[in-house]
Design a protein around this ligand. Structure first.
Ligand SMILES: Cc1cc2nc3c(=O)[nH]c(=O)nc-3n(C[C@H](O)[C@H](O)[C@H](O)COP(=O)(O)OP(=O)(O)OC[C@H]3O[C@@H](n4cnc5c(N)ncnc54)[C@H](O)[C@@H]3O)c2cc1C
Length: 457
């Protein structure tokens, strides 16, 4: 791979003025994401950066950059909005940062409910456009205001909406992906059906997402409600029952043990001290009935907001999924987190085992979701970090009691807990990026093909 930087002027000469960023502070900023969520990655990645950032505005410009990188064997790492939380878009071997934030158009919302988007389109913008014509996103991350659709598909997994519609890989939610390969003559490849897995959650190691088609859901007017419970067990019990029953139309089903709600600084005017809290998004016409059910379940509604558009004031989803960790870290910077999958049939025993073993070093935060058609208690527990060894002990212990961990303290795909046993991403990388130039170091099982040689400049 080309480790020198003497190629930068030639790259700049290829593109219209203003597309190439070389100022150190700007390249530094564009090289980073929320990797500092992890004290381990913070140490490993703080010095990593690209050599130059490129901000194309057209597909032709992306192709020029890809052709150049392939010909000169320069590493290339794609950036959406940089909200990934394990250093996914941090270049480990320098090279070009391809910032697609300016390619942000929603090209079409079809009558049948498919959104065609450029990769940099913000999820909130897609949601707004879809709602105007009677549709909405099936699922989106809590970072939807900033995050790009390309980054969500390449780096995320699911979020708000997943309780009803599953995660990104389910139900053809990603209808198709148009991918640009990293070859001497980059090809546009259309991935459909199961083939989307070649690029989904591949951290931009198998090609550049240049256009995506997302299946939408019919629009629903969502209301929000927060319910307090005197203890975590009754909070979990009610939240789980909401997740499992078909009675409620829902978009968000979340529960937190105390003291997590104490870190939601802007909500302290109504967050009751010392109590567990559950957050819901429920179809607006069901709000009154839902409030009565919460009372009957031992809870006390402490905040409710009927449907309103445009959204105003506190959005409960801004405190859920991985935003919970953000608020906790604002309160206590040394806190970190895990990403866990509990067994729906043993979840209470598993919680009890973790409590016995780790006490309040591990604080419970559950996000219920559907995956492969099954409702699951997903969790992003907050961890009181002491040492790397202790964190590893927690991860290992989870394994012994049947709690899966998608380890967010690891910066390569195979270790992140979402590697597929069919190796489809490795096969795709061999085909679409034979020199191993895309986000190098993030798919450690890949060895560049000896047949793939850079074309002399
Ligand atoms: C506070 C917070 C809350 C979060 N909540 C959620 C959540 O609810 N659900 C969830 O799934 N995730 C969540 N995340 C993780 C992250 O926000 C999502 O994965 C997000 O969608 C990433 O989008 P992005 O545009 O910021 O991508 P980036 O961080 O820029 O990139 C993510 C990965 O995708 C690659 N990539 C980006 N664009 C392309 C492209 N066009 N082609 C190829 N590869 C590309 C990058 O190289 C990188 O590997 C959260 C993170 C934070 C910090």
């Amino acid at each position: 791979m080309n480790a020198s930087k003497d190629w930068i002027p030639a790259l700049a000469a290829l593109l219209p003025e203003g597309r190439v960023v070389t100022a150190e502070a700007d390249v530094d900023r564009l090289s980073k994401d929320f990797y500092w969520y992890s004290p381990i990655l913070e140490r490993q990645l703080r010095d990593k950066r690209g050599d130059v950032a490129v901000q194309p505005r057209t597909l032709d410009e992306i192709k020029q950059v890809a052709r150049f990188a392939s010909a000169r064997a320069v590493p290339l790492t794609v950036r959406g909005a940089g909200t990934g939380n394990y250093g996914q878009c941090i270049p480990l071997e320098g090279g070009i940062l391809l910032d697609l934030g300016a390619m942000d158009r929603v090209l079409e919302i079809s009558e049948g409910g498919v959104a065609t988007c450029e990769p940099g389109a913000r999820l909130a913008v897609i949601e707004t456009a879809a709602r105007k014509v009677g549709w909405e996103l099936r699922c989106y991350p809590s970072t939807y205001q900033k995050a790009s659709v390309g980054g969500f598909l390449a780096g995320g997994s699911g979020g708000i909406g997943s309780i009803s519609h599953g995660v990104l890989r389910d139900n053809q939610t990603v209808r198709w992906i148009r991918l640009l390969t990293m070859e001497p003559e980059p090809r546009e490849v259309l991935l459909e059906g199961k083939d989307v897995l070649k690029a989904l959650h591949a951290w931009g190691t198998t090609g550049i997402l240049i256009e995506v088609g997302l299946t939408l859901a019919p629009r629903i007017d969502w209301a929000q409600m927060a319910v307090a419970f005197p203890d975590f067990n009754s909070c979990f019990q009610f939240t789980e029952s909401v997740a499992l029953t078909g009675t409620w139309r829902k978009r968000l089903v979340t529960c937190f043990e105390w003291p997590i709600p104490g870190w939601f600084a802007p909500l302290q005017k109504w967050v009751p001290g010392g109590e567990a809290l559950a957050f819901f998004e429920i179809a607006d016409p069901q709000l009154e009935e839902f409030s009565a059910a919460a009372l009957a379940g031992g809870g006390r509604p402490v905040f409710s907001s009927p449907f309103q558009e445009p959204r105003r004031g506190a959005q409960l989803s801004d405190y859920t999924w991985n935003h919970t960790t953000l608020w906790a870290k604002k309160g206590e910077p040394t806190l970190t987190y895990l990403q866990c999958g509990f067994d729906p049939h043993k979840v209470r025993e598993q919680i009890a085992s973790l409590r016995t073993k780790f006490g309040d070093e591990l604080l419970m935060h559950f996000e219920f979701l559907k995956a492969d058609g099954v409702i699951l208690p997903g969790a992003l527990p907050i961890v009181r970090f002491t040492t790397e060894a202790r964190l590893q002990e927690m991860i290992d212990f989870c394994g012994t009691i049947g709690v899966s961990v998608a380890n967010p303290h690891i910066n390569y795909l195979e270790g992140s807990g979402r590697w597929r046993s069919d190796d489809s991403k490795l096969v795709a990388k061999r085909e679409f990026d034979p020199q191993g130039l895309m986000n190098p170091g993030k798919m450690i099982g890949f060895k560049p093909s000896t047949l793939a040689r850079p074309i002399p400049a």
